[in-house]
Design a protein around this ligand. Sequence first.
Ligand SMILES: Nc1ncnc2c1ncn2[C@@H]1O[C@H](COP(=O)(O)OP(=O)(O)OP(=O)(O)O)[C@@H](O)[C@H]1O
Length: 322
Amino acid sequence: MTQAIRVRDLRKEYGDVRALDGLSLDVEEGEFFGLLGPNGAGKTTFINVLVGLARKTGGTAEVFGYDVESEYQRARDAVGLAPQEFNVDRFFPIIEVLEHKAGYHGIPPKEARRRAEEALKTVGIYDKRDTRFDWLSGGMKRRFVIARALVSDPDLLILDEPTAGVDVELRRDLWDLVRRLNDEGTTILLTTHYIEEAERLCDRVAIVDDGRRVEVATPDELRARSTDELEITLASVPTSLPEFDYEDVASVRVEGDTVRIRAVGAGRLAPDVLRDLDRADERVVDVSIRRASLEEVFVELTRQDDEEDREAETEAGAEVIA
Ligand SMILES: Nc1ncnc2c1ncn2[C@@H]1O[C@H](COP(=O)(O)OP(=O)(O)OP(=O)(O)O)[C@@H](O)[C@H]1O
């Protein structure tokens, strides 16, 4: 199967700033792939390299098998980009902006018109087709940049923080829209700071930090590696408690009548814990399981990565500053 994106040891330096530091990543055709990472992690730089807005310093980058530099036009024609910043021609009716964009991709005028209309219908702002970009509401602007990305009928749609700062209703609408596009076969690369967005939409998520890949996994796999919390409320403050000597228990805390057990996949421990409490004559009145969010997992993973770096530096005899 062709990979939609294939990058190896990708590097990009802006003067002294190393925005990408050996990033390697594969995105399969048809995938809904998420890119998560803190501010400045290199996500936008990665996208800019893929679409030819930034020139890589080293490594390789291919889109559907086309090198993003030596086969620029073919690679670029396969991609629709909805960028974080609005960089739209503000003086023309939006339908014309879309027609120009289609023309840039070599689409003849009649077909360009048809595609422009279709793209505006897809994102739900067809009735605004003769309006200038400046006169659209904030939410319509977000929809419009997605329409612009769609007008070339791309196989890969890149969405750079498409829902930053939008209200809940529009966010859900946009989620429905991109999910539908993915169901119809478009590969999607999404960068986001919203963990919920990645959890709901993505097949796999790459976590990027300091221009490098920290982890690639499904949202479920990431959560499975983090500790959840089992919270048990007892009928009264317990006099004595069982050992809770199960595998993967990170901590047990008792606060008044509440017992909190943190463990990897805490939910699956619940039957054993309840049985042991019953044997100890403790009456349980409530049980809840709080699953770790991807955000907590993310913090944990980047912390682990930092620790590994520090250990490596220590082994190399470098001075470590705590
Ligand atoms: N044109 C540029 N010139 C100089 N430095 C840049 C340029 N673009 C990005 N950088 C730097 O490269 C690093 C990575 O930035 P980038 O925008 O790729 O991160 P990001 O993960 O997209 O961040 P955010 O989540 O805030 O959008 C940062 O240190 C940034 O300051």
